[in-house]
Design a binder for this molecule. Structure first.
Ligand code: FAD
Length: 467
C-alpha cells in the first residue's frame, strides 16, 4: 500500500549520517525522501555539535594564543569580547553549511519533508508536519535519527542555570563560575571555550581520569595544562545533589576527592548522549531496539528487518560524525546493490581541547587486556623543532606496533593539531603499514607530522638519541 508519497529510499533524520545516505542514494539513481523534524538540515553535528563547538574553539584558540604570545614579547592586552557579534559569527558558520546542504539536496532532487516521523508499518512512516500528518511509504528505509543529551535523574533541570551542550553553545552569557559535570570530550571542549572567555571552570568526573576511553599517559599533558588554568578538577567524584538557590546552584559532592559543597552560577551537564531508538516507533514494527535505545544492525547496517537500515549515533558507539557519514554512504550503496560491508579497521577519536587529544586503533589499555604482544614508542615534542618554535612542546606522539610483524596497531597524539595529525596513522593502519614504511616516508620539515616519522624511526632503531 502506498502512502501520500512514495520513495524508493526514505531516510529518517538529516544529520551527517542521514544527509550523506540520502545524497549517496540519490547519486546512485534512487528516488529519495529525507525526513527531518527541524527546519534546518545537518542534525546535531552542524546545528548544536561539531561545527558550532569548533567555531567557538577557534575563538578560544585566538584568545589563548594572543595571551601566550606575551612570552615571546608581544602584548595585546585584555581581549574585549562582544558576545552578540561572536554569537552571530557562530550562527553564520552554521548558516553557510546548512544552506549548502539545502542546495545539495535540491540539486539531487532529494525531497525534504519537515516533520517528526514514526514507523506505522514496515513499509510506512507517518510524519507529523507543521501542516498536518503525511504518510510516506518506502521500499527501503535508513534510520538516522541520532542521539540526544543524556541526563542524570533527580536534579532541578527546570532551572535555566543548569545547561547542556546545546545551551552552552548558545553562549547566552559568560558565567563567573561554572561547574562542568562530566570530564569527557564534550565537557572538556566546552571547558576550553568558557575558560578562554574568562569563566572560572571546575570539572567533576566520576572516573579516575578525564576522557576515560583514552590511555592515561595521553591525558597527562592536557591535565597538567588545564589543572593550572581551571579552578578545580575533581576526579573519582560524584555530584550527589544540586540545590537551586537565589544566590546560585549549590552542589554537594561525594568521593575521596570531594570538596565541601560549592555554589556556582552555571552548571553544564555533559554526561553523555543517549540514542533515539525508543522515539521513532521502531518497536511498533518489530525492529530490535536494546534497553539503552540502540538499534541493532549487522555489518551491512541492516536491522533485523532486512529492507530497513540503521546508521550513526542510533546504532552504537562511538557516537561520532565521521562514523555516521561512513555508514550512511555504505547503507545507500548496499541498497543500490553494491556488495560492500562495514570494514573500517578503526574510527579515530579526537578531543578538540587545548592541547588536542587524538587516538586511533588499539589503545595500550586494550592491547594489555587482549594480551597482544605489542611495543609502544613515544616521541616527545620537546624534541620537535616545530613544537618548540610554537612554544607548545608538551605534546607527545605514541605509536603502538605489533612486536612480531612490526605493523602499526594504534597511535595516539596529544598536542596542538593532534586531530589533524592522526589521519596519517589511520591511513597507515588501513594500509597495513609497518614501522619501516613510515620511517622511509619523507615528511616535510619542520612540521608536527614529523613526530610520527620520528616515532617510527625510534621503533626502527634509526634514531636512538633525540638530540
Ligand atoms: P544526528 O546528528 O543526531 O541527527 C539525527 C537527526 O534526526 C536530527 O536532526 C534529529 O532532529 C532527527 N530526528 C530524530 N528523530 C526524528 C524523528 N522521529 N523524525 C524526524 N527527524 C528526527 N562528533 C564528531 O565526530 N566530531 C566532533 O567534533 C563532535 N563534536 C560534538 C560536539 C557536541 C557539543 C555534540 C553534542 C556532539 C558532537 N559530536 C561530534 C557528535 C556528533 O554530533 C554526532 O556523532 C553526529 O551528529 C551523529 O550523526 P547522526 O547522523 O547519527 O545523528
Amino acid at each position: 500500500p502506498h502512502g501520500d508519497i512514495h520513495a524508493e529510499v526514505v531516510v529518517l533524520g538529516a544529520g551527517p549520517g542521514g544527509y550523506t545516505a540520502a545524497f549517496r542514494a540519490a547519486d546512485l539513481g534512487k528516488k529519495v525522501i529525507l525526513i527531518e523534524r527541524y527546519p534546518s538540515l545537518g542534525g546535531v553535528c552542524l546545528n548544536v555539535g561539531c561545527i558550532p563547538s569548533k567555531a567557538l574553539l577557534h575563538v578560544a584558540k585566538v584568545i589563548t594564543e594572543a595571551k601566550d604570545a606575551e612570552h615571546q614579547g608581544i602584548v595585546f592586552g585584555k581581549p574585549k569580547i562582544t558576545l552578540d557579534k561572536l554569537r552571530a559569527w557562530k550562527e553564520s558558520v552554521i548558516g553557510k553549511l546548512t544552506k549548502g546542504l539545502k542546495a545539495l539536496a535540491k540539486k539531487r532532487k532529494v525531497e525534504v519533508i519537515q516533520g517528526t516521523g514514526q514507523f506505522s508499518t514496515n513499509h510506512m512512516i507517518q510524519v507529523e508536519t507543521p501542516t498536518g500528518t503525511k504518510t510516506v511509504s518506502f521500499d527501503y528505509c535508513i534510520i538516522a535519527a541520532g542521539s540526544s543529551v543524556a541526563r542524570i535523574p533527580g536534579f532541578p533541570y527546570d532551572d535555566p542555570r543548569i545547561i547542556d551542550s546545546t545551551g552552552a553553545l548558545k553562549l547566552e552569557e559568560i558565567p563567573k563560575r561554572m561547574l562542568i559535570i562530566g570530564g569527557g570530550i564534550i565537557g572538556l571542549e566546552m571547558a576550553t571555550v568558557y575558560d578562554a572567555l574568562g569563566c572560572k571552570i571546575s570539572v567533576v568526573e566520576l572516573m579516575e581520569q578525564l576522557i576515560p576511553g583514552a590511555d592515561a599517559d595521553l591525558i597527562q599533558p592536557l591535565y597538567k595544562r588545564i589543572k593550572k588554568r581551571y579552578e578545580a578538577i575533581y576526579l573519582k567524584t560524584k555530584v550527589t545533589a544540586i540545590e537551586a538557590k537565589k544566590t546560585g546552584l549549590k552542589v554537594t559532592f561525594s568521593g575521596e576527592n570531594a570538596p565541601e559543597p560549592q555554589t556556582y552560577d552555571r552548571i553544564l551537564m555533559a554526561v553523555g548522549r543517549r540514542p533515539n531508538g525508543h522515539d521513532i516507533g521502531a518497536e511498533n514494527i518489530g525492529i530490535h531496539v536494546n534497553e539503552r535505545g540502540y538499534i541493532q544492525v549487522d555489518q551491512q547496517l541492516r536491522t533485523n528487518i532486512p529492507h530497513i537500515f540503521g546508521i550513526g549515533d542510533i546504532v552504537g558507539e562511538p557516537m561520532l560524525a565521521h562514523k555516521a557519514t561512513h555508514e550512511g554512504k555504505l547503507a545507500a550503496e548496499i541498497i543500490a546493490g553494491h556488495k560492500v560491508v562495514f570494514d573500517a579497521r578503526t574510527i579515530p577519536s579526537v578531543a578538540y581541547t587545548d592541547p588536542e587529544i587524538a587516538w586511533m586503533g588499539l589503545t595500550e589499555n586494550a592491547a594489555k587486556q587482549q594480551g597482544i604482544d605489542y611495543e609502544k614508542v613515544t616521541f616527545p615534542w620537546a624534541a620537535s623543532g616545530r613544537a618548540i618554535a610554537m612554544a607548545r612542546e608538551e605534546g607527545m606522539t605514541h605509536l603502538l606496533l605489533d612486536k612480531n610483524t612490526r605493523h602499526i596497531l594504534g597511535a595516539s597524539i596529544v598536542g596542538v593539531n593532534a586531530g589533524e595529525l592522526i589521519s596519517e596513522t589511520v591511513l597507515a593502519l588501513e594500509m597495513g603499514a609497518d614501522m619501516e614504511d613510515i620511517s622511509l616516508t619523507i615528511h616535510p620539515h619542520p612540521t608536527l607530522s614529523e613526530t610520527i616519522l620520528f616515532a617510527a624511526e625510534i621503533a626502527e632503531g634509526s634514531i636512538t638519541d633525540l638530540y
